[in-house]
Design a protein. Structure first.
Length: 513
């Protein structure tokens, strides 16, 4: 019975499948196919949406990457700027006392001075890119106590501006240095306000006269051409015109300066041609410093050492020629040049020194011998023979003497002149001895005798006189240094017979940071 029942059930099931199965299965397949089509369509849409989303994410990633790279570049630029930039400054205090150096007490007023100078400078030196350098330095100097006695040359009137001198902040240096401009490899350009020092400053050092080392800059362009590994030619074109802080009138300086160290080992050869234009000022008698002048100097310098640097030396000299336009004859009154509209200049000058240092001694004592000659004007000729020191009117041989040295057109005949310091009409024989008692201390004692080449003073001969000098220097640390300096001068017959002895004294503290 059980087998029969099972057979009947199977038979009925087979009949049902055979009767209704294909149609039902087809409907379900179609339904499934429709659903699969919808799912594929939805999947395609989803894939498209995902692709769009991924595209947006890629764009956002690129933007974020660009921002990150820009930030990195900005940080790198800031880091490079900081790494390639230096800045600092210095403060210098000087206290000065001098007596009789201005006029040797012969002009009816008390030539006794005590004053202080406080100079401050800040500088920035940066290299924004390879081969490019920018340097900037600002400076100002306070001066006070110029005179404190009645009847002196510039008596204090009680006005603060009289007691405290130059307070202006001035641009001391501002130049761009471009190495290999436009891929010209042997060339370096230096453009802007810059210091120029050649040799030991016999012809070029202070572009701003009558400011007493407050600043020494020139304005212009210097092109340095590397002719060889040890040979350089500098071509300079400079302007001097800064009367707000300077007594110099409108002047130009042009020149070429060749330096070579390859010819002789341990020796340097220098040769130069310099041209100075002191341009015309129609009312120069009403305040300008000199008539129109054109002066060319051709010269050279040799320096070096022997005996393993124990013996050092330098020799320099130049010949000058040019023309002076003096329509009034004011500056040549009393000479054979008086009345001439155009006067030829023909002058020469130079120096020689040798120094021996005992290097095997702990104190390194030394002795140095120096001789100097600069021609003076012969009043009995129609030419002008006074030597022009160009831009070297700094106190290289005496701090006190500079106060009574006048330009070649202003011999000591009374009166004053803002353009002080030309070492013209001068002969000097000098000896220096010194030593370094400690690593941080130096001491030098000097004696020099001075003559004039021509008798153009208020006395009756050419003997200027004798001078002793001394300086003590000390470095307290890497940032602070100082010195004490003193000079005493015994005038002779180049000056009036009643000329008093003169002295100059100064202390200095210099802080660098």
């Amino acid at each position: 019975m059980q087998r029969l029942s099972t057979g009947i059930v199977l038979t009925l099931a087979i009949l049902l499948i055979l009767t209704w199965g294909p149609a039902a299965t087809a409907d379900k397949v179609e339904d499934l196919e429709a659903r699969v089509g919808q799912l594929e369509k939805q999947n395609a849409q989803l894939v498209q949406q995902l692709q769009e989303l991924l595209g947006e994410m890629r764009q956002q990633k690129e933007v974020v990457s660009d921002v990150v790279e820009q930030q990195k570049e900005g940080v790198a630029e800031i880091s490079d700027f900081i790494k390639n930039t230096n800045f600092g400054g210095d403060s210098r205090l000087r206290g000065v006392s001098l007596n009789s150096f201005w006029n040797f007490d012969t002009a009816g007023y008390d030539d006794d001075w005590e004053f202080y100078r406080f100079r401050n400078r800040l500088w920035l030196d940066t290299r924004p890119m390879e081969g490019l350098r920018f340097y900037f330095r600002a400076s100002n100097e306070y001066r006070w106590g110029d005179d404190n006695k009645d009847g002196t040359l510039t008596p204090f009137t009680g006005n603060l501006d009289d007691a405290i001198g130059r307070k202006d902040i001035v641009v001391d240096n501002a130049y761009l240095e471009w190495i290999n401009p436009l891929d010209i490899e042997p060339l370096t350009l230096k453009i802007g306000r810059q210091d120029l020092i050649y040799g030991e400053g016999f012809m070029i050092l202070d572009g701003q006269d009558n400011v007493g080392s407050a600043l020494i800059a020139f304005d212009g362009i210097k092109s340095s051409i590397q002719l060889g590994e040890e040979t350089t030619l500098d071509l300079i074109c400079m302007k001097i015109e800064d009367r707000a802080f300077n007594a110099a009138d409108d002047e130009d300086l042009y020149g070429g300066y060749l330096t070579d160290t390859s010819v002789f080992e341990d020796h340097k050869l220098e040769a130069y041609v310099l041209h100075r234009n002191q341009n015309d000022v129609k009312d120069y008698l009403a305040g300008a410093l000199s008539p129109k002048q054109h002066t060319t100097a051709i010269g050279g310098r040799v320096s070096g050492s022997f005996l393993d640097n124990a013996l050092t030396y330098a020799i320099e000299g130049n010949y000058q020629f040019g023309e002076i336009e003096d329509a009034t004859g004011f500056y040549f009154a009393g000479t054979d040049s008086y009345g001439e509209g155009n006067i030829d200049r023909e002058a020469y000058g130079g120096y020689i020194w040798a120094k021996y240092t005992f290097l095997d001694n702990d104190w390194q004592p030394f002795i140095k011998l120096t001789g100097l000659f600069t021609s003076g004007d012969d009043p009995d000729t129609e030419d002008y023979e006074g030597f022009d020191t160009f831009y070297a009117e700094w106190p290289k041989f005496s701090e006190g003497m500079i106060y009574q040295l006048y330009d070649p057109f202003h011999p000591l005949k009374g009166g004053t002149d803002g353009d002080l310091g030309a070492w013209s009409n001068m002969i000097i024989a000098r000896v220096d001895v010194g030593a370094k008692p400690t690593e941080d201390m130096g001491v030098t004692l000097s004696y020099q005798h001075l003559w004039a080449d021509e008798e153009t003073g208020l006395g009756d001969d050419t003997d200027r006189g004798d001078m002793v000098l001394g300086i003590l220097t000390y470095n307290f640390n890497k940032n602070l240094s100082g010195h004490l300096l003193g000079e005493y001068f015994w005038p002779d017959d180049y000056y009036p017979h009643d000329a008093d002895n003169a002295f100059f004294a100064r202390y200095e503290l210099m802080l660098k940071f």
